[in-house]
Design a protein around this ligand. Structure first.
Ligand code: SF4
Length: 402
């Protein structure tokens, strides 16, 4: 069996002898490495909905939209959202004119909701400061809301051909292996960037950035990189050492402390649920939720009902559902107890809250954790993902409460 066939079938590669290589070899030729990567890209580039085809001029709006959506999110998860956003708002001017609430609704389920608010703010800034055209310089792009250093470099390189190193998570892993960078991430980021700059080709900077992304995503994968198929196989230091999977080096992350709380799903006879909007600043800012207690490490179940909503002229009889809804945010895991109650059809919504019929829940800007809560409380209702016809399984992981 050939080596590529062995890898394609997921067979375990024989362990390699580790060579002692402590520095970048003197004979490394950056332009040859860049050429090899671009040749590979010309043959194996991924076809992505936001990516210009060979010979086409990239559309800065589509490049920007995809780069913001792809932050912390996979290509597979982003693709349907990108399709819906670009179909509804085909250019930055149209997006700038949209109500923020519509943007949040279409974003619901994609997570990291500050990105949606910044996306909208950025569209407005491009219209107000730049007449509806994205600026071409990395510095001006980086001054726009929601565009960090990586996104600024990626948009400048891909949309405008700027000769700059745009290194996403996949590229970071790839370069850490290629140069066998011993320093831990994230401290190693500036070093990796300098090393990437040393490889930049004189032309085709956008293709080079996308080639790094594609090679990292498809060949230099976190587990079992397919080195035999890699255009850098001969020069990659981690490959020569025989331990590519040990790169990038990472400091152990402290896991956030578990927070707990209670969520209150109040039904009104006539098929409606009580919802409220979260404050604009902070976690899940501007998104919609059922009322909850605060989420804290020292949550006490005995005090939960003191925070339950209480419509005037109604006496909800709260019942705690078995199990908990678990969700993991970037910085902490969360467990929510879920209480339900039903009130009469004429019960008014408490101040700052509103009734939403169950069929209309699908169109609300509900973050994933709230979809889990509702799926737990209303197991027969499909909580759709904000856009017409696309259903997601929002049932939360459930287990016995302690
Ligand atoms: S040779 Fe292997 S480890 Fe090195 S860059 Fe290529 S896929 Fe990654």
């Amino acid at each position: 069996m050939t080596v590529p066939a062995r890898i394609a079938q997921g067979k375990k590669a024989r362990p390699r002898k580790i060579e002692r290589i402590e520095a970048i070899p003197r004979n490394r030729n950056s332009s040859t490495d860049a050429e090899a990567l671009l040749l590979w890209y010309d043959r194996h580039r991924r076809v992505l909905p936001w990516r210009a085809l060979p010979g086409e001029k990239p559309d800065a709006y589509r490049v920007w939209l995809s780069e913001i959506m792809l932050q912390q999110t996979t290509v597979k998860a982003v693709a349907p959202y990108f399709a819906r956003f670009s179909a509804r708002w085909s250019n930055v001017g149209a997006l700038a004119q949209a109500p923020l609430d519509d943007v949040l609704k279409l974003w619901a389920g994609l997570g990291y909701y500050a990105r949606a608010r910044n996306l909208h703010a950025c569209a407005k800034a491009v219209v107000e400061r730049h007449g509806g055209n994205f600026p071409e310089s990395e510095a001006e792009l980086g001054a726009l809301p929601g565009i960090g250093p990586y996104s600024a470099a990626a948009i400048a390189a891909i949309a405008f051909g700027a000769r700059t190193a745009a290194i996403d998570g996949n590229g970071e892993r790839l370069l850490a292996r290629f140069f066998a960078v011993e320093a831990n991430l994230p401290a190693a980021k500036p070093q990796i960037r300098r090393l990437a700059e040393s490889l930049l080709p004189a032309a085709r900077a956008g293709d080079f950035a996308q080639a790094l992304m594609d090679l990292g995503a498809t060949i230099c994968t976190p587990k079992k990189p397919a080195c035999a198929l890699c255009p850098w196989e001969q020069t990659c230091l981690a490959r020569r050492r025989g331990d590519p999977e040990t790169f990038p080096r990472k400091a152990r992350k402290p896991r956030g402390q578990l927070r707990r709380g209670a969520a209150f799903v109040l039904k009104r006879a006539g098929n409606a649920i009580l919802l409220r909007r979260r404050a604009m600043d902070g976690l899940l800012g501007g998104m919609v939720e059922v009322p909850t207690t605060e989420w804290t490490p020292d949550f006490e179940e005995a005090n939960a009902l003191a925070h339950a909503p209480h419509p005037r002229c109604a006496e909800p009889k709260w019942r705690r559902l078995p199990g908990v809804v678990a969700h993991v945010f970037t910085h902490f895991p969360l467990e929510l107890l879920v209480y339900t109650a039903t009130v009469g059809a004429d019960a008014p919504a408490p101040e700052g809250m509103r009734w939403v019929t169950i069929p209309e829940l699908a169109g609300e800007a509900l973050p994933t954790v709230m979809r889990k809560v509702l799926a737990h409380a209303l197991p027969s209702a499909a909580i759709a993902n904000g856009a017409a016809g696309v259903l997601m399984d929002a049932r939360g992981r459930q287990r016995r409460a302690k």
